[in-house]
Design a binder for this molecule. Sequence first.
Ligand code: NAD
Length: 283
Amino acid sequence: MEIINGKELAKKVRGNLKLEADKLKENGVNPKLAVILVGNDPASKVYVRNKNKACDEVGIEFEEFLMDENITNKELIELIDELNERDDINGILLQSPIPKHLNIDKAFERINWAKDVDGFNPINVGKLVLGKDTFISCTPFGIMKMLEEYKIKTEGANAVIIGRSNIVGKPMMQCLLNSNATVTVCHSKTKNLEEITKTADILVAAIGKPKFVTENMVKDGAVVIDVGINRNEEGKLVGDVDYENVKEKVSYITPVPGGVGPMTIAMLMNNVIKATKEQNNIK
Ligand code: NAD
């Protein structure tokens, strides 16, 4: 069994991106990310802080837009329009979740697709479906990068994803399909889940429930990718996989923390550099 070290790999990715950012700056181009944070969700604040830290490390400018939790849809759209217009901003990220009275779909649609470094704008989602070059949403993108780095073959593999959210499950499905895996997507209405997950050569868990994936759900020698971020009773960060028991059976597994999470942020950095280059016609 090998543990996929997302933390180390993310560091390597950031190191390579720093070289690219340095080169851009030598040419007078300053990559910059704008992050919109609405309200006071403590977990979101931690995510934004970590993104800020990664930007500092790579050499990407970071500007945070803190919005009151009572802002209106109109005010949020106005802010997005302003950031779309600003030439100094290359990437725009709206930290989710946002308060329920706001329309997140409309907000994602409004972000200029060329600055949509999270890959949630329908144009970028559509391009991913068509297998075109696009901004791939960062969590699935990070997972694909991990599989590639660890030389885990996706072509012809049976991949099973648990979870069908727009930010993880669905783009994950598309990425794996685009890389020639045979993909099954399971969700809360799936019957005989265990029968399906046991067929997986690659199993991706994106559910949001601690210890959901138990050893009896996993085939011997499978690759298990744990996207979940949950707090257990002791307040400790845990994934969706019963790590201690599942790890005995698998060929590769990602830990939580230190697996998918750091890679997600590294791929966000990748997307900001990509956006900056494209907006400046730099190859
Ligand atoms: P979500 O709540 O939007 O989706 C959860 C999915 O799980 C749904 O599609 C649902 O159908 C499925 N599900 C729920 N109960 C199930 C059951 N009993 N059997 C089968 N499927 C079931 O969540 P999300 O936004 O996709 O996030 C999933 C988890 O991943 C969360 O813990 C979240 O915090 C974490 N996450 C981590 C990262 C990262 O960078 N590591 C990024 C995004 C999300």
